[in-house]
Design a protein around this ligand. Structure first.
Ligand SMILES: C[S@@+](CC[C@H](N)C(=O)[O-])C[C@H]1O[C@@H](n2cnc3c(N)ncnc32)[C@H](O)[C@@H]1O
Ligand SMILES: [Zn+2]
Length: 312
């Protein structure tokens, strides 16, 4: 299948990152290489771009897309939680710009066999890196009812988490759940009809998001990688993060807030003893949202938020 993914908030990201200044840039979520291409084509001759992704199919597409830029681009198969070791292996001591475009790509959602979508029958997989780790099937068939309730509630914001988890546990006693459509139907049946009627989208959407986040450990990787990135950014270097739901956005907002913080000494201390200096400044107080035109052209951008910071 062709790698189709429309890059979101691409101009806004480039305005923040300013790759034309040159130096070393990192795209932590290269995907099909859409944002990477925009960075690479702006980089001066001596610029360098490091592209990370943990999905082999994404890296293959990215390699093709970025071939015109030759050895100015380096592709690395890695989870961005390993950012520090990636930079160390490449003997990079400082970077000038870095970005994340979190979550799954349209390609991953649309490629049926990956099991991310509730609309097409496929094995319950949902791994971004298909070479390791637990699949969605492992989670729905092995987690306790209490663990299922927790992930559905915390990662899916599913109001009916206990009902859905109970339905999963009952169904798997008969036979293990193996396909996306089986799970989607089960979720559908476990949501009260009155609540279902009020929904504009399939009620399995929240369960699928929750399981996907759990399968890929999506939330845990964000804050540590942003903190590492800020350490590595040269003064004046920029970080840009695109999020797609409130759970991701809250983590980015809080991580930036913790790096903004200066002195934490109690009020009234005559001199600062904590020595905490602010590490970043925010480029925008409020997150940047896609324009009406972008949402119309690419409905998947509707929930996107871009937060940008500059290293002091
Ligand atoms: C929204 S897509 C990026 C699309 C890309 N910006 C473009 O314009 O083509 C997110 C990508 O990040 C990858 N990804 C998500 N979490 C990751 C992680 N923790 N480490 C490495 N890659 C990750 C996914 O495999 C996916 O390819
Ligand atoms: Zn202090």
């Amino acid at each position: 299948m062709e790698f189709k993914h429309i890059s979101i908030l691409a101009n806004e990201c480039m305005d923040a990152l300013q790759p034309q200044r040159g130096g070393i840039y990192v795209d932590c979520t290269a995907g099909g290489g859409g944002h990477s291409f925009e960075i690479a084509r702006r980089l001066p001759e001596n610029g360098r771009l490091i592209c990370l992704d943990r999905d082999d199919a994404a890296l293959a597409a990215c390699e093709k897309r970025l071939a015109p830029f030759g050895d100015r681009v380096t592709l690395v198969k890695s989870n961005f939680s390993e950012l520090q070791s990636v930079l160390q292996k490449l003997e990079i001591e400082a970077i000038d710009g870095i970005m994340w475009d979190l979550g799954v790509s349209s390609y991953q959602l649309d490629e049926k066999s990956r099991g991310f979508s509730y609309t097409a029958e496929a094995p319950l997989d949902m791994r971004m890196d298909t070479t390791c780790g637990a699949t969605a099937a492992d989670i729905v068939n092995r987690y306790s009812e209490a663990e299922l309730i927790r992930i559905l509630r915390d990662y899916g914001e599913e109001k009916f988490a206990p009902r859905v988890a109970h339905a999963i546990v009952c169904a798997r006693e008969e036979k293990p759940l193996t396909t996306t459509t089986e799970l989607a139907e089960l979720v559908y049946q476990s949501i009260p009809a009155a609540a279902r009627r009020k929904e504009s989208q399939h009620p399995a959407r929240r369960t699928f998001q929750a399981i996907r986040i759990e399968v890929n450990g999506e939330l845990a990787a964000i804050a540590p990688s942003v903190e590492t990135a800020i350490q590595y950014l040269a003064p004046g270097g920029r970080a840009a993060v695109i999020t797609f739901h409130s759970l991701e956005d809250r983590i980015v907002k809080q991580t930036f807030a913790s790096l903004l913080g200066g002195c934490t000494c109690p009020p009234g201390f005559p001199v600062c003893v904590c020595g905490n200096a602010p590490k970043i400044r925010l480029l925008n107080k409020k997150p940047i949202l896609p324009s009406e035109e972008e949402i119309e052209y690419n409905p998947r951008s509707h929930s996107a938020k871009l937060r940008c910071a500059e290293k002091l």
